[in-house]
Design a protein. Structure first.
Length: 414
């Protein structure tokens, strides 16, 4: 999806328009408890995914509000928010990291809650079959297309991970993100499931972020910031680049009065307050060719290091040991994947703390700060604070894994 921004911020005409909606489902959760539809509601998507039957009342209420406009919840009534009634709705929803067994239970709840919909479950559960065929990543697109052609009902496709990429169904116009957190790249891939071109020139791909706490929901922040980093000109600040990207995407806040378009300045201010920029930088950093000894040093660093109040005050960083999962077939690949995830987290931590390092040395940029650290012999203090060898921290800047202008951007915004 971000390739569209790299080519043209007005987007190629072949692609559908994109509209994003931030929805607050906390009130619906509270209402489900008040109505005793769900006495033990677990107010987070990860907890719902772990025990969907415990929160079936809330999930039922939410689905009926989204798709049928029930329960007097205009802020969740999608047709009210978008201002139109579709002849037929084909929607896809990615649920939090539900295992296959719990996703099957979630689909049963959805099937009972929405009698006017055909609910399709995409996961590798042994009993999950469509038209007699067991569902796999390879055949999922074909099987869903068959149902869409054979069935005149509205369609709701539920998935945990399957079909997040290379899954092109032109009829999908609604995409729901029902999870608390998630890798930025994976989220963008999921959003793209509603951007498959169709025969209609008027198609709008709509993405709905269903959040228990919209003030901390940064799914759209990440998309905008990553696009801004890609299109930012050398002489342009990040805020201006974000404004250019925002002119090509409509982002709404769903309210009882209808969808309210976010003001550019307001959205940028809230995004910065959520501190999503450094997380995006950590995720777009090119770690593909990083030496393994450097990766190991970063992965064992103190990822949860507090912001430094004094550069010279050292505190031994905690290390994080790798924990192999014996249930996984490919332990080596999984271990590497975990390590690289920690590498990115540590890169994010370094970016977030470099402004204090620069200010603490009385300098104005990264290179001068390094020079000051070495001149005054502060290497061990910095290394102890991060739990990472000082030379490793310097290496990621010298090699461009962390771009120095990223820190400059954060300095401009602090």
């Amino acid at each position: 999806m971000l390739k569209q921004f790299e080519i043209d911020t007005d987007r190629d005409r072949l692609y559908p328009d994109l509209a994003c909606y931030q929805m607050n489902i906390a009130e619906m959760a509270a209402r489900a408890v008040e109505d005793e539809a769900d006495e033990e509601l677990l107010p987070s998507w990860s907890k719902f995914a772990a025990e969907p039957l415990k929160a079936k009342g809330f999930f039922t209420y939410m689905l009926q509000a989204l798709f049928d406009g029930k329960h007097d919840a205009l802020e969740l009534d999608v047709e009210y928010q978008v201002g139109e009634i579709a002849d037929r709705r084909v929607a896809m929803m990615f649920i939090a990291s539900a295992n296959n067994e719990n996703l099957m239970k979630t689909a049963q709840i959805a099937d009972r809650a929405l009698p006017g919909y055909t609910v399709i479950t995409l996961c590798g559960h042994k009993d999950n079959r469509i038209n007699g065929q067991r569902v796999t990543n390879r055949n999922s697109q074909q099987l869903v297309n068959e149902i869409i052609e054979q069935d005149d009902n509205n369609i709701l496709i539920l998935s945990n991970q399957m079909a997040a990429r290379s899954f092109s169904i032109p009829e999908i116009t609604e995409l729901y993100l029902a999870y608390d957190n998630g890798d930025n790249g994976a989220t963008i891939q999921k959003m793209s499931r509603t951007l498959t071109p169709s025969k209609s020139d008027s198609k709008v791909g709509r993405v709905f972020s269903l959040s228990f706490d919209p003030n901390r929901d940064d799914k759209f922040d990440s998309m905008i910031m990553e696009a801004a980093l890609k299109v930012k000109k050398s002489d342009e600040d990040i805020v201006s680049a974000m404004r250019r990207v925002l002119r090509s995407i409509d982002i709404f806040r769903a309210t009882e009065e209808g969808a309210e378009l976010f003001d550019e300045a307001e959205f940028i201010k809230q995004s910065m307050a959520r501190n999503g920029l450094s997380r995006v930088m950590g995720k777009v950093a090119d770690v593909s060719s990083i030496p393994m000894e450097v990766a190991g040093s970063l992965a064992s660093g103190n990822i949860d290091v507090a912001r430094m109040t004094k550069v010279m005050k050292s505190a031994k960083g905690r290390t994080y040991a790798e924990k192999a999962d014996p249930k996984q077939k490919n332990k080596r690949d999984l271990s590497h994947e975990k390590m690289m995830a920690k590498v990115r987290e540590m890169i994010t931590t370094i970016i977030e703390n470099m402004d204090v390092l620069i200010l603490g040395t009385g300098e104005t940029n990264v290179q001068n700060a390094f020079t000051s650290v070495e001149k005054n012999g502060y290497e061990s203090a910095v290394a102890d604070r991060f739990g990472v060898d000082y030379e490793t921290i310097k290496f990621v800047f010298d090699t461009g894994i962390i771009k120095q202008d990223w820190v400059d951007i954060r300095m401009q915004l602090s």
